[in-house]
Design a protein around this ligand. Structure first.
Ligand SMILES: Cc1cc2nc3c(=O)[nH]c(=O)nc-3n(C[C@H](O)[C@H](O)[C@H](O)COP(=O)(O)OP(=O)(O)OC[C@H]3O[C@@H](n4cnc5c(N)ncnc54)[C@H](O)[C@@H]3O)c2cc1C
Length: 291
């Protein structure tokens, strides 16, 4: 077995691992453990020429039923580590939010309590500029370290040079986010824990729990709440069936496992259409739908 074959998973079922429990197959998913794996893989022209999809914790991604036939990338190994240095933390893209938040609590580092309730990975956070409770990942970032597949090199960009916006982070094409360098500030462990529990409490109260979902379906338009626009545009039928809006939060849907991804996409389009008709506003999807 060649090294490449060891790292390659064929016909990876995104439905099995995604938070939606729905989604097509990734025909070729490469497990990348370190930077050598990356440069070896992308030194191949046939690989470089294909379209790229990096997956994190699949909490904000839906792959359509036809599947993804390009090069899928899953970071593991070196990218699952957190390293504390004198003035920053180096966090691998594959580190999960909940893990980092708990890690920071243990080390008495404050400011990462909000990540306790987001089910993504640091790479996905940096891509999306994820956030909640008036905090975003960009507020904590010093720089992003990424791999550029075109020139097969690793670069570092300071957050000041990057134009992060609401749910729009590092979305440079042909790149793979490897690490984030994050700020460190120390706090009282008791206060850190209290805030984590407070955020968890709010989440449990305001959002559906233990269901297949992707978090918010749409971004909030400027000075508007997507859930209010949705609630005022649709009828009761949207709250029933195998894909239905959540009664707890109208910008969330819940779906039966292994339901067709294309039918979820269609459901989302129907909501968009209703809101457009009623409010003349085209809601922008937060969920990443991959063709
Ligand atoms: C129950 C629930 C609650 C949620 N609450 C919130 C919330 O409060 N706030 C919020 O912002 N989001 C929330 N989300 C959405 C989601 O958790 C975030 O968008 C998160 O940042 C996605 O991370 P992920 O690792 O799951 O990314 P994935 O879904 O795997 O990927 C998302 C995008 O990032 C890209 N990507 C991932 N890793 C990399 C990488 N290393 N390099 C390049 N591109 C990469 C993918 O290609 C894809 O386009 C919620 C989701 C769920 C299911």
């Amino acid at each position: 077995m060649t090294q490449e074959n060891k790292n390659l998973v064929t016909n990876f079922s995104s439905a099995k691992y995604s938070w939606l429990k729905s989604g097509g197959i990734i025909s070729h998913l490469y497990k990348i453990y370190n930077q050598i794996d990356l440069s070896t893989l992308f030194s191949r022209y046939d690989i470089k020429a294909k379209s790229l999809l990096v997956i994190g914790n699949l909490s904000n991604t839906l792959i359509k039923d036809e599947g993804f036939k390009g090069v899928g990338i899953k970071l593991l190994g070196d990218f699952t580590n957190v390293q504390i240095n004198s003035d920053h933390m180096l966090v691998g893209s594959a580190v999960l939010d909940n893990f980092l938040s708990k890690f920071c609590f243990q080390k008495g580092i404050s400011g990462y309590e909000f990540l306790y309730t987001i089910p993504g990975s640091i790479g996905g956070n940096i891509f999306m500029n994820a956030g909640c409770y008036n905090q975003e990942i960009k507020d904590k970032l010093i720089s992003v370290i990424y791999f550029d597949i075109n020139d097969n090199k690793v670069y570092e960009k300071n957050i000041r040079e990057l134009k992060f916006d609401y749910r729009k982070g590092f979305q440079k094409t042909h790149t793979i986010i490897l690490y984030g360098k994050f700020k460190i500030s120390h706090g009282d462990q008791k206060n850190i824990k209290k805030l984590m529990q407070e955020y968890e409490g709010i989440r449990n109260y305001t959002q559906p729990q233990k269901v297949n979902c992707c978090g918010s379906i749409f971004k909030n338009p400027v000075n508007q709440s997507a859930w209010k626009l949705i609630k005022s545009s649709i009828d009761e039928t949207f709250y029933n069936g195998p894909i239905k809006l959540s009664k707890t939060h109208s910008n969330f849907f819940e779906n039966d496992p292994y339901i067709s991804a294309n039918s979820i996409d269609l459901f989302i389009s129907k909501i968009q259409k209703r809101v457009k008709e009623k409010h003349k506003i085209m809601l922008e999807k937060e969920l990443r739908i991959i063709d």
